[in-house]
Design a protein around this ligand. Sequence first.
Ligand SMILES: [Mg+2]
Length: 143
Amino acid sequence: MAILCADKKFERFEDVTPKILKTENVKLLLCDLDNTLRLHSEKEPADELADWIADCKSAGVQIVIISNNGRKKMMQKFCEPIDVPCVWWAKKPMSKKLTEAMAEYEISPSETVMLGDKWSTDVLAAKFAGVRAWKVDHRRDVV
Ligand SMILES: [Mg+2]
């Protein structure tokens, strides 16, 4: 189904470099959290995530984490050290929270990307919001 086609695919979030964001004219990067920026087992942001967030910010890209995870306190605790706004219980694929983030930062859909690991939530929410969908490989805990 064409509606479920990601516009770009990456292995991991680190592959979405500030250079690519600049080339692609991305001002607002909406990110899924679980299995995209972290594994479920990660209670604190990994160093590579903190570094990546800092690099994106330095490049002038606003990042907002938009998650379907409903654990508000956990999300706030996770996002505080990396200083990134987060939206919990976003109910993707509904696009309301994506649209609200664009309105808050006054950034147009053409300058916005939704980055996530799931077709049925992240990619579809992006399509409903009229923004580009970039997909990363689903990250799993190694047991
Ligand atoms: Mg996910």
